[in-house]
Design a protein. Structure first.
Length: 217
């Protein structure tokens, strides 16, 4: 059974992704709050690791505990809506959680994936980080997601073809981030990530999707 690590999986879309992967994966919930991570893992009957995307010191212990990640879902995200220029700390945090953290986790997980000759990486992004859609994400959010998209686009050049890395937009989802007016359930938001996590050998890499369909960068 393959091992899947989902970051920020104690609630929202990450939780739904973890739930959806349970049938055919050993699922590990990544959570920055140990209490929330433990509770979610208990509900889903899976493992959890302490993983704070703002604290790189948590990465190595979490990955040691995971003992080989075949499927990495970079889901954790923060939406800091204050002005780009007036909140430099918000800019740093956004980039740390949604770009630097994912980059370093990919770097660490690829060693096992290369040894196994198989790997799947899903970057949970947003159309708010799409230039084609107007890069509408407020504050640093759109910049961070656009950078995550750029990372997704560039990485296949430096990864073996059996490691597939793709980005996806879940749509507008009813979570703490999306708010209660959002029309999609977390399960609906998770669907494309679950599909990308299980791509066959001839599946796409370095692409951006929503509802299992290509989305323009
Ligand atoms: N909801 C939408 O409409 C929507 C639309 C487009 C894209 N997305 C993307 O989908 C992903 C999931 O969003 P969501 O709607 O499920 O949001 P959410 O309900 O706010 O959940 C965010 C998750 O990320 C975790 N997180 C935040 N900062 C973290 C850090 N430093 N280290 C580890 N975990 C951290 C949170 O942990 P805590 O519980 O500890 O805060 C939580 O588990 C995000 O990448 C988001 O940008 C969402």
């Amino acid at each position: 059974m393959k091992t899947a690590l989902v970051t920020g999986a104690n609630r929202g879309i990450g939780y739904a992704i973890a739930k959806g992967l349970r049938a055919d994966h050993r699922v590990i919930i990544g959570a920055r709050d140990p209490k929330a991570g433990r509770a979610a893992a208990q509900e889903l009957d899976c493992d959890w690791v302490h993983l704070d995307l703002e604290d790189p010191d948590t990465f190595a212990p979490a990955l040691t505990k995971a003992d080989g990640v075949d499927v990495l879902i970079n889901n954790a995200g923060v939406l800091i809506e204050t002005s780009l220029m007036e909140n430099p700390q918000g800019f740093e945090t956004s980039l740390q959680v949604m770009l630097h953290g994912p980059y370093h986790l990919i770097g660490a997980c690829r060693l096992h994936m290369e040894a196994m000759g198989w790997g799947r990486i899903v970057n949970v992004s947003s159309d708010w980080g799409s230039f084609a859609s107007g890069l509408e994400g407020p504050g640093a959010y759109g910049v961070a997601k656009a950078a995550l998209n750029a990372l997704t686009h560039a990485l296949p050049r430096d990864l073996p073809p059996f490691i597939k890395v793709n980005a996806m937009c879940p749509g507008w989802v009813n979570t703490r981030m999306g708010g209660s007016l959002a029309p999609r359930t977390p399960e609906e938001g998770a669907d494309t990530a679950l599909w990308l996590a299980r791509l066959p050998e001839d599946g796409p890499t370095g692409r951006f999707f929503r509802d299992r369909e290509p989305l323009a960068w």
